[in-house]
Ligand binder design. Structure first.
Ligand code: AMP
Ligand code: ZN
Ligand code: FE
Ligand code: FE
Length: 282
């Protein structure tokens, strides 16, 4: 069983539509794929239809934008009930503020001399929850930077870069509480992704574990071998589940579907702990 528990579609900042994503996951030889768009489940219906068509198990999920004492972090939420009113309302707020903040980042970029427009960014994002990768694509298209990766530099839109603007986020303990209230399972996404910006220490992970977080993503493309070793040891100490994923975003990022995977026993445990939704099994 090959299980990839973190991937994005055009419902947020991925390049493939939910159905394209599901098809590619099947072609990549995966048995289970989690759809975890940023702050939204709007791709879930389309992905579900595709999962039945191609015969792959789909785990409904989302990646929730959080902030731990000034440090931006992401909380994966699996198998929660999308209809849970309070959690749904928070996702609406998170998505709504992404639009306000996207506009503000574009304005800063323009002040810094980049000839990009909000209209174009909105076009690139389509119906998806707007994120910095969409703005990065506009910056590349306008010839401001050669690659998306270069847009994520202190000169432009990296965390606390010249054109960076904060967005509304949830306090992670509140995110965990909402995910659990909706019957879901919370897993800390890429806790050691240092190249993206500041990361939290083991004390924070311990506090979140005590608050009901079920696991941490250890095998992630942004984690080097030492980071994985440290996180695996910490998960052992704190009795946390260990997951692995690609954090696939389509052609806009080098990550390949299935480049890291989750142990089937861990996957079964996540399913067993969830009471919101079950996986979509064709
Ligand atoms: P946002 O949610 O709008 O703040 O954008 C964050 C997203 O941008 C992350 O989920 C990644 O997909 C992407 N990202 C963050 N840092 C980098 C980076 N250094 N290089 C490429 N993509 C990045
Ligand atoms: Zn993303
Ligand atoms: Fe993330
Ligand atoms: Fe992600």
């Amino acid at each position: 069983m090959r299980i990839d528990l973190h991937a994005h579609s055009t419902a947020s900042d991925g390049a493939d539509t939910p159905s394209e994503l599901v098809r590619q996951a099947r072609e990549a030889g995966l048995d289970v794929l989690a759809l975890t768009d940023h702050d939204t489940v709007s791709g879930l219906a389309e992905a579900t239809v595709a999962a039945y068509e191609v015969g792959i198990t789909l785990v409904p999920g989302a990646e929730i934008s959080c902030n731990w004492r000034g440090i931006s972090i992401h909380m994966l939420a699996y198998l929660f009930d999308p209809g849970h009113a309070e959690f749904a309302r928070e996702r609406d707020l998170l998505r709504g503020d992404r639009a306000r903040r996207g506009r503000a980042i574009v304005e800063r970029c323009r002040e810094l001399g980049a000839p990009i427009t909000w209209e174009r960014v909105r076009q690139i994002a389509g119906d998806g929850a707007v994120g910095r990768p969409h703005i990065a694509r506009a910056l590349v298209e306008a010839g401001v930077v050669p690659t998306i990766q270069d847009a994520f530099s202190p000169d432009w839109i990296a965390d606390n870069g010249r054109a960076y603007v904060e967005k509304y986020t949830l306090e992670p303990k509140r995110a965990i509480e909402l995910i659990r209230a909706a019957g879901g399972v919370a897993v800390f996404a890429h806790p050691g992704a240092r190249k993206r910006g500041r990361t939290v220490g083991p004390e924070a992970i311990a506090e979140l574990a005590a608050a009901g977080m079920a696991g941490i993503e250890v095998d992630h493309p942004d984690h080097d071998e030492d980071t994985r070793k440290e996180l695996r040891a910490l998960a052992g100490e704190l009795d946390l589940l260990v997951t692995g994923s690609s954090d696939y975003h389509g052609s806009v990022k080098p990550n390949q579907l299935g480049e890291n995977t989750t142990d089937p026993a861990v996957y079964e445990e996540i399913v067993a702990r969830a009471s919101g939704l079950g996986p979509v099994i064709p």
